[in-house]
Ligand binder design. Structure first.
Ligand code: AMP
Length: 213
């Protein structure tokens, strides 16, 4: 296995609703490297109806983690693509210490960016988030209440993600604390962690992250 040597190999870790997806999009433009979301890789497989997608559809709908080796296989394939040769920003991986250990060489993170957020704020943000089912334009329940559910960008339909329903949100946060926290401890022991207060505004958090890169 050859060690990855791309310049920026960033990992974003934070509870759902901590804005790591948004910061990933900003960093992608700033650094000109792709943001890769393992949740999105999973959703794409399911949408395409592949055998791989079918194998983890049940876990995903329940808010449980997809098996480590399945996620690792998908991510290895994705970071080997041409657009990731200069670097990448990973959102949603690793979620277990086994994933973190496995990927120390082939992912070889240069920094692990951790977003700290209370459960209360995370639940409120997740309950409110909506996105277009075509172009993935992100918006809120307040927006659809005021303007309806037609996407202003592409005329697609704005929907709530199936795993953003209250019961599933609770389960995903429980999973986050139980399983992902040890991952942060793992990276801390390798001195790779930079922590940010995710309750601050989007531009402020972005500036703080850019400052440490
Ligand atoms: P996310 O969009 O990051 O919240 O991920 C949505 C779902 O995809 C999760 O609830 C898991 O079912 C699955 N998933 C994404 N990333 C991982 C991972 N690193 N390990 C296991 N399951 C994952």
């Amino acid at each position: 296995m050859i060690q990855n040597t791309a310049q920026h190999r960033l990992i974003l870790i934070g509870p759902q609703g901590s804005g790591k997806g948004t910061q990933g999009e900003l960093l992608q433009v700033y650094l000109q490297i792709p943001t890769i979301s393992t949740g999105q890789l999973c959703r794409t497989e399911i949408e395409k109806g592949t055998e791989l997608g079918k194998s983890f559809e049940r876990e995903m709908r329940a808010g449980d983690l997809v098996p480590d080796q399945v996620i690792i296989g998908m991510l290895k394939k994705r970071i080997a693509e041409y657009d990731a040769t200069e670097g990448f920003i990973i959102d949603g991986f690793p979620r277990t210490v086994a994933q973190a250990e496995d990927s120390m060489l082939w992912l070889a993170p240069t920094k692990v960016i951790v977003f700290d957020l209370s459960d209360k704020i995370a639940v409120a943000r997740m309950s409110s988030r909506r996105a277009c089912n075509q172009c993935r334009f992100k918006t809120t329940a307040e927006y659809t209440a005021a303007h309806g559910d037609i996407c202003p960008r592409c005329q697609g339909k704005i929907v709530q993600r199936e795993d953003d329903q209250p019961e599933v949100i609770k389960r995903r946060l429980e999973t986050y604390h139980a399983v992902t926290q040890p991952v942060i401890d793992f990276y801390q022991s390798h001195d790779l962690v930079e922590r940010f207060n995710a309750s601050l505004s989007i531009p402020l958090i972005f500036m703080e992250i850019a400052h440490v890169l």
